[in-house]
Structure formats: C-alpha cells, structure tokens
Ligand binder design. Sequence first.
Ligand SMILES: Cc1cc2nc3c(=O)[nH]c(=O)nc-3n(C[C@H](O)[C@H](O)[C@H](O)COP(=O)(O)OP(=O)(O)OC[C@H]3O[C@@H](n4cnc5c(N)ncnc54)[C@H](O)[C@@H]3O)c2cc1C
Length: 424
Amino acid sequence: MNTETRNVTAGGVAGGEAPTVVVVGAGPAGLMAADVLAGAGCRVRVFDRMPSPARKFLLAGRGGLNLTHSAPREPFLRRYGAAADWLAPMLDAFPPSRLRAFAAELGEPTFIGTSGRVFPQAFKASPLLRSWLRRLDTLGVELAGRRLWTGWDEAGRLTFAGEAAPVAADAVVLALGGASWPRLGSDGGWTGLLAGRGVALAPLTAANVGALATWSPLLRERFAGHPLKRIAVTFGDTTIRGEAVLTAHGLEGGPFYALAPKLREALAAGADSTVIIDLRPDLAIETLSDRLAEARKGESLSNRLRKAAGLEPAAIGLLREAGAPPTHAWDLAAAIKRLPVRVTGLAGLERAISTAGGVTRAAVDEGLMLRAVPGTFVAGEMLDWEAPTGGYLLQASFATGQRAAEGVLARLGRPLPPRWVGGW
Ligand SMILES: Cc1cc2nc3c(=O)[nH]c(=O)nc-3n(C[C@H](O)[C@H](O)[C@H](O)COP(=O)(O)OP(=O)(O)OC[C@H]3O[C@@H](n4cnc5c(N)ncnc54)[C@H](O)[C@@H]3O)c2cc1C
C-alpha cells in the first residue's frame, strides 16, 4: 500500500491503556472509522440497531455496487456542489485510488466500467463486506447488533435500547446515515437527539430520488420495471443522458435523480414540471424521419417503431401513453424525440437513494468533532453534503469515516495512521 508514517502533535492521553472508542452505526462510514481506530490500537466497540451490519451497503451492492468513480480530481469534487471545498481535504486523504486499494486488499479488485464508474470484480457487496468484517474481527473490533442508540445519560454515557447499562467511551463516532430506505436501519431518528444538544442541522430531504407520474393501468401493468435505455431527459435548460426505469408510479434512474433538485424547486413553486424525453438521442430527427418513412407499406405502427426507430416495447408504451402517435414520418420522429411527461411529484425519502441535509459544516471542526458535544465525532451521510449517484456517495462516506477516526486519534493524542501517497 502507498503510505507514509505520520505523527500527531495534538495533546491528549498518549500511551498507557488503549482508549475505548464507541462507533454507533455499522455502515460504510462507521466501519471505516472502526477500521482506522482499531488499526491505531484503540479498543473499538461498534453498535448498530439492526441485527447485522451494513444493510444499505448490501442493498447498494445488488445494483452492482458502484464503489467510486474514475473521474479526475476536479470534476470528481464538483459533484459535491456546495460541499466540495469542505470535503476536498478528506477526499484528498482518502481518494478513489485509496478506496480501490482498500477493496483489493480485501480480495475484491475493482474495474472501471464504460461509464467511468468503478465496481468490485464480483459486482456485489457481500464478498467485500464479509472479508472486511473478518479483518475487523482480527483487529479486535466488537460488533453488537440490535442496539438502538437513544441518547445520553446524566453522566454523558451513551444509552441504547437493547443494552442494559449505559456505555462509557473516551470518544464516540456517530455514523448513523441519512433517512432514506429507513427499513435498512437509517431513519434519521438521531436528528432530535442532536438538535437537543444544540447541534445545527439542515433538514433531511430526499436526494437521488425518482420522479412521480400518473400512468394508465395498461402502462403500469405491462411495463413497470422495464428499462428505458439510452434516453435523454430535458428539464428547463438541463439535459441529462442515461438510463431510466419505468416504475408503477413514475420514472427512476440517473437522469431523474440528477434533475430532482430542479424539479423539486419547480414543484414547490407550482411551476410547469413537464420533462421532455428524447427516446433516440443518438439519432438526428432527419435520420429518424427518413428511417420511419422507409418502413414497408401496411406495417403496423409498433413494428415500424421497433424496426425503423429501434424502440423497445417500454419506450413504445410510453410514446403511446402521450396519445395516439402521429403517422407522418416527420411528426412521428418529432414525437419520439420530444415526448412530454408531466412530473407530479418526487418519490419520498423511503425510496430515495440518499439524503440531503444533516449535520452542518459549522457544527463540526475539521476533525468532524461536534462543537456542541466535545469528544463526539460524525461521519458519513448524516453530514450535510449530497452528491449524484456514480460512486460519489460511498466515496465520501468512507472518506469522512476515515477523517472522523483521525479526529478521534488527534484528540486522544494517538499517532495518526500512515498517510496515503498513492495520488488521486
Ligand atoms: C438502493 C440504494 C443503492 C445505492 N447504491 C449506491 C451505489 O451504487 N454507490 C454509492 O456510492 N452509493 C450508493 N448508495 C448510497 C450508499 O449506500 C450510502 O450513501 C451509504 O451507505 C451511506 O453510508 P453511512 O455509513 O453514512 O450510512 P448507512 O449505510 O446508512 O449506515 C448507517 C447505520 O447506522 C445505523 N443506525 C441508524 N440510526 C441508529 C441508531 N439510532 N442506533 C443504532 N444504529 C443506528 C443503521 O442501522 C445503519 O446500519 C445506495 C443507496 C441505496 C438506498
């Protein structure tokens, strides 16, 4: 591994007995914090409300586990929008190359897909997680499930439903995730606990969330779950290419996730929220029209759309949903390239890929310690940053997990782990 040794100059309880650090939340951020802390000689106890760790990470793995992205540093950082400058030092210390090396160390080498996204070779999360849990076990990390963190007692110890006595620690890392897919464990229940201690929070809202639309029973029954491959979706002056999935209640997928913030604004303002879908963005309207005009006489419209325009059944269904398609080749081509779909709302947090909002940057110091709760650090999606899908979410979760662990080590006066010198 490309690392170099670092020492820390901060004061604290150097030497002597190993300090105890409690990590609450066994997702990617919490487990990374635990890994770094245990590697640095701390006694680490991880608590999670779920019976087993990293449920969301495992679910993310079902879609291929997009661990990170191969984009160069600048465009990569831009994907974090307003939080880019805040996260930059953490991502520099734990860049995509570091995450890829970490996966390889755990026996899961990665590859770059055609879209630039990075995946483990197994294309899923479970082998990586299994191997990681084995390593944490070897490092002496104690993992306890079915422990719901409920706050602090009068002595400042952590209280858990499922744990008989309050738990004392020399430092605490909270890595409780956002509030999407609450049945996987992260439900944002921590907001009340932190707000009660004076921690500044931005409201939790759904990010990377699908668009809602009203479909006919026919479209819903026949095509829910079908992909719409290689489309372009335009809202206002923004066009996003990608793949989507027609769902029972609307449309999911990269283009819609990316357009969600603008759609949210329009919906809140009561403005027009119609998106325009180009079902064949790679074909100029002239070419498409010529192909449609060449179709054999007497051929059914569906066959014409399938053969001449190369549309898949779900795309044809969506086209028909807007009304009877025109028969004239040019008009038909125009309908294929400018299909309006009125978005009636955005899906809720329960189905969002991620959560915007959370603990604000003003509420933590540069080691991610809560200013209002000294000795307690925060990592992962519960911090107030957001990013599109593409591996940026996991990358920042891991990077902030490392940073919070380093913040703990600095506070406790322990040496920091070796610095990553493998570049971006
Ligand atoms: C369907 C889906 C697919 C995704 N795919 C990708 C992808 O391919 N690439 C990508 O980069 N990102 C993806 N993500 C996002 C990514 O999984 C998250 O950003 C990431 O898991 C956040 O990590 P975390 O450790 O901050 O939080 P989490 O993974 O949410 O972990 C937080 C943990 O805290 C526990 N917890 C919460 N509250 C309490 C409490 N009070 N007491 C005790 N424990 C508690 C939870 O049980 C949970 O285990 C996907 C998300 C979803 C939903």
